[in-house]
Write a protein that binds this ligand. Structure first.
Ligand code: HEC
Length: 312
């Protein structure tokens, strides 16, 4: 694949993503415009401390890996000191101990604030965090079918080197230059405005509806999967062990009993295994293509809820 073609695809993708974000969900974008623009302009996920924590929790629960968010560490003392010295050097080579101490204090406070409220992220991670946490799937946003992640044109191709620029250009093509960046505000100011918008969003009906929808979807899909278990295992098909999955109390009694085919495991252990990631295609339930991990986890949780109470 040539670089030129890759850039072409990236531009196309960028316009598509910009259009989806800004036009396909106006009620949501009304609140998320600031966070989105700050992501584009400053490369920051400016959500404010508490919503940021909430987002990281949601992603973890949904098994979406955004290491830049979940495994981030504050800057070390050493790095902060180097940063302070670099700042002073910009003004001149001479500085006193006191000036260094003052600058270090400033730099430390600023970094601490950024760490808690508006971490720096990759464009694609930022979009995933901002939208997937709300149950808005980003998986079809990018037309880049060679990628394994939603917007993986960055990690797979390494070109274009600047996803943020590409997306910014995409938005400019779409909306014109003026619509994008409000005045000459600093990233710190914009981050504060973004966090305030997020707080309003969190109080809104739009937010409540999104979260309710997301919850409902999870329940539906776990019970869809459960219906498949019921269908096969209560069918009196001689090839299939009979398990009364349609009767929760009967299942409850079986969960701690050994299974037919693997008597060294309890039914609960066997279910966890068969719904897990390591089971082979034949052991997996249902056999064949693997189900979404979060749906399988939800179903495991359902069975855990059926465990006899005195077992703990
Ligand atoms: C397409 C039919 C089919 C569906 C759907 C299906 N199973 Fe099975 N199940 C089987 C067959 C066949 C076996 C025997 C597999 C083997 O030989 O390992 C089995 C075995 C099992 C066993 C082991 C039983 C024992 O006593 O050894 C458990 C537990 C189980 N299935 C749970 C589930 C759960 C939970 C679901 C839903 C997520 C499910 N199955 C969906 C056909 C099905």
């Amino acid at each position: 694949m040539t670089t030129k073609f890759t850039q072409f695809t990236a531009n196309l993708n960028a316009r598509r993503i910009a259009r989806i974000v800004t036009e396909s969900m106006p009620e949501v974008y009304r609140y998320l415009e600031k966070p989105f623009l700050v992501l584009l302009r400053c490369g920051k996920l400016a959500l404010g401390e508490s919503y940021l924590k909430w987002t990281v929790e949601q992603l973890r629960e949904m098994d979406i890996d955004v290491p830049r968010l979940s495994a981030r560490k504050p800057k070390s003392k050493h790095d902060l000191r180097l940063l302070a010295i670099a700042n002073l050097h910009r003004k001149g080579w001479e500085y006193t101990e006191q000036e260094l101490a003052d600058e270090l204090k400033l730099v430390t406070e600023r970094n601490d604030k950024i760490f808690r409220n508006s971490p720096t992220v990759d464009m694609s991670d930022g979009l995933v965090a901002l939208f997937e946490s709300l149950g808005i799937s980003t998986s079809d946003w990018s037309m880049d079918f060679q990628t394994y992640g939603s917007f993986a044109f960055r990690e797979r191709f390494g070109v274009p080197s600047n996803t943020r620029n590409t997306l910014r250009e995409g938005l400019i093509v779409l909306k014109g230059r003026d619509a994008i960046f409000p005045g000459k505000k600093s990233c710190d100011e914009l981050a504060d405005e973004s966090a305030a918008a997020i707080e309003r969003f969190r109080q809104s009906d739009v937010f409540a509806e999104l979260i309710a929808e997301k919850q409902k979807r999870r329940e539906v899909s776990a019970s869809d999967l459960m219906r498949r278990c019921v269908k096969c295992h209560t069918d009196y098909d001689p090839e299939i062990p009979y398990i009364p999955f349609d009767q929760p109390s009967a299942v409850s009694n079986l969960l701690l009993q050994p299974t037919e085919l693997n008597p060294n495991r309890t039914m609960m252990e066997d279910i966890v295994y068969r719904l897990g990631d390591v089971a082979t295609e034949k052991e997996r339930m249902p056999m064949g293509p693997i189900y979404d991990r979060k749906v399988r986890q939800d179903l495991v949780r359902y069975f855990e809820g059926l465990l006899p109470k005195d077992s703990e």
